[in-house]
Design a binder for this molecule. Structure first.
Ligand code: NAD
Length: 317
């Protein structure tokens, strides 16, 4: 299958790398010329399942490719999706499908202008992946994905894509529960990512403080209420269990939002916390904590400290 990975960062490299190993015809599309050069020159170094290897890959800017793809997998950050889609329109043909596994909400509506809704697969993935250095990605834990057709129907293409990912060693289930999995992860991320970024705490440091633990539970419960208001019936207890797991077993983890803030990068606040707040408003659901967290994140992203980290010579830890 001709597969274009759009965004060859941490997740794109993990998925693309596994698919290359499974014998698929994969192109890695990115906007970072340094990354593209590194991938083409020295290959993609990947460590997953405790194995380190280097794969020969084909990377480039979108304009350097011209064959329409059977499948595009979107792995940019949420706020980069529209620009990325605009750049790959020439790779989208009548048979092309798009799979979106980004964290957050509203991705399908950003994709719809570029492809028929009939060809969009949505889902959630929870593989933990870090960009160790340019062209080197490490996945230190287990993960899986849950995918389903955007229109909620049982479609053979979705089953085929799930089989493709499973064959590549990327555990995946095709299930109508994908929408629940997406919202559960949004509840977890909106609570834990924003709280750890705002407090600069690791996951363990947050959970060790009774106030931090309670804020995490309460914020997640707000998102669960929003999900229920839009007809996605998820349970507070399930999200709380994932939060407790993180407090116990991922104590040293620094959330992506915390890493982004420390490096002076834009976070996914708009597509996670901001998206929840917008939907909550439309449905009259109060989200006092998530609203405050999201507003504080916006302020933080514009703060002098964060801008300083992004400047040349600024901190990049
Ligand atoms: P990342 O920043 O490592 O990778 C994003 C890549 O997209 C970068 O290489 C960037 O250069 C590229 N990009 C930016 N604009 C582009 C454009 N216009 N066209 C093509 N490429 C472009 O991010 P990531 O950690 O891989 O996360 C990607 C998505 O997956 C996010 O929504 C994230 O929340 C989600 N996710 C991440 C993890 C994880 O553990 N890293 C787990 C589950 C889900």
């Amino acid at each position: 299958m001709k597969i274009g990975v759009v965004g060859a960062g941490a997740m794109g490299s993990l998925f693309g790398g596994h698919l290359v190993e499974a014998g698929e015809d994969v192109i890695f599309i990115d906007v970072s010329d340094k990354l593209i050069e590194q991938l083409n020159k020295d290959g993609l170094r990947i460590n997953s399942g405790g194995r380190d290897r280097i794969l020969s890959v084909n990377a480039g800017r979108a304009e350097s490719f011209n064959h329409t793809q059977d499948l595009l997998i979107i792995f940019t950050k949420g706020f980069q999706t529209e620009a990325a889609l605009r750049s790959v329109v020439h790779l989208i043909g009548p048979e092309t499908w798009i799979l979106v596994l980004q964290n957050g909400l509203g991705h399908a509506s950003r994709i719809e202008p570029f492809i028929t809704r009939e060809h969009i697969i949505i889902g959630m993935t929870n593989f933990p992946v870090d960009l160790e250095s340019l062209g080197y990605v490490v996945s230190r834990g287990e993960g899986h994905s849950v995918i389903w057709h955007l229109l909620g129907r049982d479609d053979p293409k979705v089953t085929q894509v799930a089989a493709l990912l499973n064959h590549a060693g990327l555990s995946c289930v095709a299930s109508p529960d994908a929408i629940k999995a997406i919202w559960r992860k949004v509840a977890f991320n909106a609570s834990m990512n924003m709280l750890t970024a705002l407090t600069r705490c690791t996951v363990g440091e947050l959970g060790d403080q009774p106030a931090g633990r309670q804020l995490a539970y309460d914020a997640a419960a707000e998102v669960v209420a929003v999900a229920c208001a839009v007809g996605v019936r998820i349970e507070v207890a399930d999200v709380r269990e994932t939060i407790d797991d993180a407090f116990s077993f991922h104590r040293d983890h620094r959330s992506s939002m915390l890493q982004d803030i420390r490096a002076g990068r834009r976070t996914e606040n708009d597509t996670i916390g901001g998206a929840v707040v917008a939907i909550a408003k439309d449905h009259g659901v109060p989200t006092p904590l998530i609203s405050v967290f999201s507003n504080l994140m916006s302020l933080l992203e514009r703060s002098a400290e964060v801008r300083q980290a992004a400047s040349p010579g600024g901190r990049s830890d």
